[in-house]
Design a protein. Structure first.
Lengths: 498, 482
């Protein structure tokens, strides 16, 4: 009977061996994957186990942390709070105990919780000295006054978005989107309070989709504001040489290879108009023909240099704006005046304005100035970085003078700022929507401000999509330009004040 | 057996022929460690959770020490030649189990859902009862062969125990898991744990009688000895009972345990590999057959194959007639989050497993807080218990003792494998408890009784052969006439 007994002993040994191997697989090989699985609640418990670091604007935190107290059992010790949450939501994103984190709160989570590898030494030191782990801060490039002006302006108009950039560095100054949401309403994990607030904000329950970051993630047809890109392409590719020479532009203009006539808005002087005049009154015929003359490959080349057709990471991801890659000649004409499939984020149009304002050099947009350790040591500093050069300095200055004419005596007069030495350049846009224009169009305005010494501290793009407004009132100049003006003024005032 | 009777001293075993040391002092020294380690662990939990040594430390240490001391003294008196490792190993497991149960009692989450709070004091009480039973077994069971007399009574007893949970009004209906509980006067009892021992007694007694018939009356076919049709009867009956348990009590673990124990004992009794082949084929057929129409078992298998999907379903609150549980995934996360060295006692979040965190899933807490190192140590301790049990079987001189010892240790080993394997996602989850570690009275009491029986068999086995009785023939015959 002893032979089978020995075999049973070996068999039991094998059972234990199988368990040991499985345990090594779980706790050694797979350990990190399991430990850092976002669905593993321990990740969230660690995230909310200590006061979270702050997101900082102009030296002041726009976030905070508070001890969680609430109904029943809660294993998250601290809860995120926000100051002016709705205004800053497109910047901060949210960090919710129940619903996870997005945008800056998510991207810089390592710094904010103190779990980042670059804080490893500190963390170890804290562990030894028995101090509680602390999170670092994220210092943004945003400008509180500009953000406030943008948000207030948009609130008055309903739905829309604003993106403002410092053309010389690419630093993002304002990033507003309405309707917005207050991330503190669902920062906790109570099903009664936070769960309800969250449900109410979801797109299926709220057609306005307040949680959409329109400044970065929504792509709108840009309408006439895209003519700035077409003008830049025409200058860059030698189709037009100066602002004031007559173009060869027939009126009426029939789209090439078709019998369809391209129309202007109203009876405006577009026949053989100069580039300056054509942009001032926003001639569809002139820019449609210019686009065809430049050619679709060259148009695409310039658009891509401005940043079209690729996502931007600021570090929040923005959607890729679209300039169609496959189109025939009539479609090229339509795309060149911001119709057909052309679509862009507000950030992209702000980048266009900023490249023109910065004498043709496009700086890479960014919104995190630096990351700080809990003791305020700088862990990482973002340096301005050149992204591309969509047009030459000379051509940029020609375009500047044209855009300044638009504001001085064209469709953009609402953006004027009559202060010493400030010049504003801009372009309006009214993007048609729906079959045969059946829906309310989007009102666009892009602009930049220059100060006396020739430097440009701000470029801005505004889009307003108000379905309740009277259709005739919607025009870039009427709805969007005043917001752009207020944003630019806020930046300029801050600059002269400091 | 035939070979061992021919060459009785051929095999290495724990007995020397004469004058084996009793090893009681070894046992005592090991017991000191088995008590001190849990006491330190207990202090550790208190320091980690409240930053102070827990107030109950002294009473806990004294309690555990007292129980271990009593057990040791009884062994010293009534089973002086017993295996010296079994008692310390069981004490260590039981002590660590108490510590972790107490640690989970401190979890606010488990308190809030009524899964913990005062489980540790209750478990200490059960442990005391278990040691009492241990003492009773050792004192009154002077020789394990006595149990042989109760072979058929054991069979009836085991059947009754197994069927109890199905009795209306007695069986406790649980939302989660299997119908393996009965509730008597407010206490939940798991009769299966006791049935394990009683069945082992029946199998040992039955097989000892029938083993020659089962082993020899067979035909050879393709290298295997095929048993005669009528000899297949018993294994078919046990198989059918296992399937019935699986179907009516929806308990894969108990079913697997009993059938596995029977196949092991049958194999040892007959030395016929064919029984193993038959056993594997039958359990495979049974498992597949039942799994194809029993939704409860299907869910368990699905949760095993894709725990993340099951977790998602449970979080979404999907209602489709079966209970979706997040436990499987939560247990995996607990193990993974522990990593190599663990978070340290009291510093993990294994309470996220919620239901049965301190019973079926208690190994996950060890995994998270003591890490790979801790779990490997625990598994090796279990392995040692099983191997000491089988060594006892090797050393035993009577076939009944051999069969009983291997049956009990095999069942213990299978139970550890089925529970730990289930919790670690190696095999589908079953509703059984980790012997000695898990919170639950039936389990700890039954397993101490199991250890007591093994200790009794090993004492008999290692006891030096009695000095030959003086032979009256050696003396001069004197004829006394009146």
């Amino acid at each position: 009977m002893n032979k089978p007994l020995r075999r049973i002993a070996i068999f039991c040994g094998l059972l234990v061996l199988a368990l040991l191997i499985r345990d090594n697989w779980l706790q050694y090989v797979m350990a990190d994957d399991l430990k850092n699985d976002p669905k593993n609640r321990r990740v969230a418990i660690a995230r909310y186990g200590t006061p979270r670091g702050d997101i900082i604007v102009d030296g002041n935190p726009i976030t905070g942390s508070t001890k969680t107290n609430g109904d029943g059992y809660n294993d998250f010790e601290y809860k995120r709070t926000y100051k002016d949450g709705a205004m800053w939501a497109p910047v901060t994103g949210y960090a919710s105990q129940a619903f996870g984190a997005t945008q800056l709160e998510n991207i810089e989570d390592g710094i904010l919780t103190g779990n980042d590898d670059r804080l490893f030494f500190r963390r170890t030191l804290d562990m030894i000295t028995g101090k509680k782990q602390e999170g670092g801060n994220v210092v943004t490039t945003l400008n509180a006054a500009a953000q406030k002006a943008a948000y207030k302006g948009l609130l008055k108009q309903g739905k829309g978005a604003v993106a403002a950039i410092n053309p010389e560095t690419g630093a993002i100054l304002a990033l507003a989107s309405t309707p917005s949401y207050d991330p503190s309403t669902f920062a906790g994990n109570s099903t009664k309070v936070d769960g309800k607030a969250w449900t109410k904000l979801q797109k299926k329950n709220n057609p306005d989709d307040p949680m959409l970051n329109r400044a970065l993630r929504e792509i709108y047809p840009p309408g006439s504001t895209f003519k700035v890109v077409t003008a830049a392409a025409a200058l860059e590719h030698g189709v037009v040489d100066s602002a004031d020479e007559k173009t060869d532009s027939p009126l009426p203009y029939t789209l090439p290879d078709t019998t369809t006539e391209l129309k202007n808005e109203g009876n405006i002087p577009c026949k053989d108009a100069t580039l300056r005049e054509a942009l001032r009154v926003s001639c569809n015929t002139v820019f449609g023909k210019l686009g065809v003359d430049v050619g679709k490959e060259q148009m695409l080349e310039t658009a891509k240099k401005f940043g079209f057709n690729s996502e931007q990471f600021v570090p929040i991801r923005s959607s890729a704006s679209i300039f169609p890659e496959k189109m025939d000649r009539p479609q090229t004409a339509l795309s060149s005046i911001g119709q057909f499939e052309t679509a862009t984020t507000p950030l992209q149009m702000a980048m266009v304005a900023s490249a023109v304002a910065n004498d043709g050099t496009l700086m890479k947009p960014y919104m995190v100035d630096k990351l700080q350790a809990p003791n305020l040591d700088v862990i990482e500093q973002t340096d301005p970085e050149e992204m591309s050069k969509p047009l030459s300095e000379d051509n940029a200055q020609i375009l500047q003078s044209i855009m300044e004419t638009v504001v001085e005596k064209g469709t953009g007069t609402n953006a004027q700022i009559n202060e010493g030495g400030v010049t504003i350049g801009g372009k309006t846009g009214t993007a048609q929507r729906g079959v045969d224009n059946s829906e309310n169009p989007y009102a666009w305005f892009i602009s930049y401000a220059k100060v006396e010494d020739g430097s440009s501290p701000v470029a801005v793009a505004v889009v307003v999509e108000d379905e309740s407004a009277n259709r005739d009132d919607i025009s870039g100049g009427g709805l969007a330009a005043p917001i752009a003006r207020d944003v630019m003024k806020a930046v300029l005032d801050g600059k002269s004040g400091s | 057996m035939s070979s061992s009777t021919n060459t009785p001293t051929h095999h290495t075993s724990t007995i020397g022929s004469i004058g084996a040391p009793s090893r009681r002092n070894t046992e005592l020294a090991l017991l000191v460690f088995a008590v001190v380690i849990p006491v330190f662990a207990y202090a550790n939990v208190g320091l980690a959770i409240d930053d102070k040594v827990p107030t109950g430390l002294l009473s806990y240490g004294l309690g555990l020490g007292l129980l271990a001391g009593v057990a040791h003294l009884v062994v010293r008196k009534f089973a002086p030649y017993a295996d010296p490792l079994l008692l310390p190993l069981a004490t260590l497991l039981n002590g660590l189990g108490l510590v972790v149960i107490w640690r989970l009692d401190q979890s606010k989450l488990l308190q809030s859902i009524n899964q913990a709070g005062n489980a540790a004091p209750r478990q200490l009480l059960y442990t005391a009862l278990a040691i009492a039973l241990f003492v009773v077994v050792l004192i009154f069971l002077k020789d394990h062969r006595v149990l042989q007399r109760y072979t058929y009574i054991s069979m009836v007893g085991a059947l009754v125990l197994l069927l109890l949970p199905l009795v209306p009004g007695l069986g406790a209906e649980l939302t989660y898991g299997a119908k393996i509980w009965i509730s008597v006067a407010g206490f939940s009892i798991q009769p299966g744990e006791f049935a394990k021992i009683v069945l082992a007694v029946f199998f040992a007694g039955y097989l000892m009688v029938k083993r020659d018939a089962l082993a020899l009356a067979s035909r050879r076919f393709m290298g295997l000895y095929l048993p005669r049709g009528r000899d297949l009867g018993p294994i078919l009956v046990v198989w059918a009972i296992s399937i019935l348990i699986l179907v009516f009590e929806t308990d894969l673990g108990t079913s697997l345990l009993f059938f596995g124990m029977f196949v092991i004992m049958l194999y040892v009794a007959t030395e016929r590999t064919s029984w193993i082949v038959f056993g594997l084929l039958m359990s495979a057929a049974g498992a597949v057959g039942v799994a194809s129409f029993e939704p409860h078992v299907q869910t368990r298998v699905q949760a095993w194959l894709d725990p993340m999907h099951e977790y998602t379903l449970s979080q979404a609150g999907v209602q489709d007639g079966v209970v979706h549980s997040e436990q499987a995934m939560q247990a995996l996360w607990a193990f993974g989050s522990g990593g190599t060295l663990g978070t340290g006692l009291g510093q993990g979040h294994s309470e996220l497993i919620r239901f049965a965190a301190n019973s079926d899933f208690i190994l996950a807490t060890f995994g998270e807080e003591l890490g790979l190192a801790g779990v490997m140590a625990i598994l090796l301790i279990y392995g040692l218990v099983v191997e000491r049990g089988i060594r006892t079987a090797l050393a035993a001189r009577d076939p009944f003792g051999k069969l009983l010892a291997v049956g009990l240790s095999g069942a213990f080993g299978l139970q550890v494998f089925v529970v730990a394997g289930g919790v670690m996602g190696l095999i589908p989850l079953t509703g059984m408890t980790m012997p000695f570690l898990a919170s639950g009275g039936s389990s700890v009491i039954a397993n101490w009784a199991l250890i007591a029986i093994l200790i009794r068999i090993s004492d008999t086995a290692r006891r030096p052969a009695p000095a030959p009785a003086p032979n009256p023939d050696a003396e001069m015959t004197q004829v006394v006439r009146p």
